[in-house]
Design a protein around this ligand. Sequence first.
Ligand code: ZN
Length: 334
Amino acid sequence: MHNFILRVGVALMGRRGLASLLLALILPVASLASEQAMAAESPPRVVVSVLPLHSLIAGVMAGVGEPVLLIDGAASPHAYALRPSAARALAAADAVFWIGPELESFLPKPLDSLAGSARVVTVLDQPDIAVLPVRVGGAWGEPDEHAREEVAKEPAAGPGTRDPHVWLDPRNARRILAIAGAALSEIDPSHAAAYHGNVLRLDAELADLETELAGKLAPARGVPFIVFHDAYHYFETRFGLTTIGAFAASAGTAPGARRIAELRARLVATGAACVFVEPQFEPAVVKAAVAGTNARIAVLDPIGAGLPAGEAAYGRLMRDLAGSLVSCLSGGAR
Ligand SMILES: [Zn+2]
């Protein structure tokens, strides 16, 4: 290209020819400089593991760029293998946000191989995040080794294990906004003002969301219910709900016959109003356990399996949860 321009310039040599030769030499330098300026303004490449977290980061990045979502809503993060496209997105990332090994058990290895090329933010390790322990034993079930070998990839839950479903407390979600805003501003100072403005706007929205949900959930307070896997500790703690047990000790684990018999006895003894299953998990065993009791079966979706990804997803996820709970627990449609 340059050689061609040079030859044309030489061929046209004369005063006009000299001018065009100089222009041909200067232009590439000028366009290179403007490309560098554009690069400084381009958004960081951000990868986020699961939909609720992605929604919060997408909000913080609004007007700057869009983060890549690793696991689409239909897959369970508890049992997931990294696709090649996702591995490529990770390898090219400037920043990665994930919950922690207790949820995305497939991620520690690929993150190790990034070898410091990306800023990795592990939500469960952030001192500001209020983390609850996993509930084990009794109504919450013991890990069933046989079932685990077949389907479960979630790390074994034991005493002291961190419950990874932190986003279901809106106050943790607000802390995630602040953490993300600070991390993104550090790696991309040119957009710090935009990140900061988005954090302030979303923080106010989530404060309003908590008030709205507390009001909506008031009729469900104290009404006992059972869930498929214990994903709702944060939600019930924040909003005063009464989960009395879980079918599976961990996500992706099929409850055994003994477990189902225990839960059935518990359903009868407590008069629990509802058993909530999840979109990803087969409710056949739950149907068998509930048959002949007064409990209804309804669906709760803790990760937004059916929702389009984006800034709006978090609010929809939380409102859908509250709606499903109230509708079943206050005696709505079966
Ligand atoms: Zn879970």
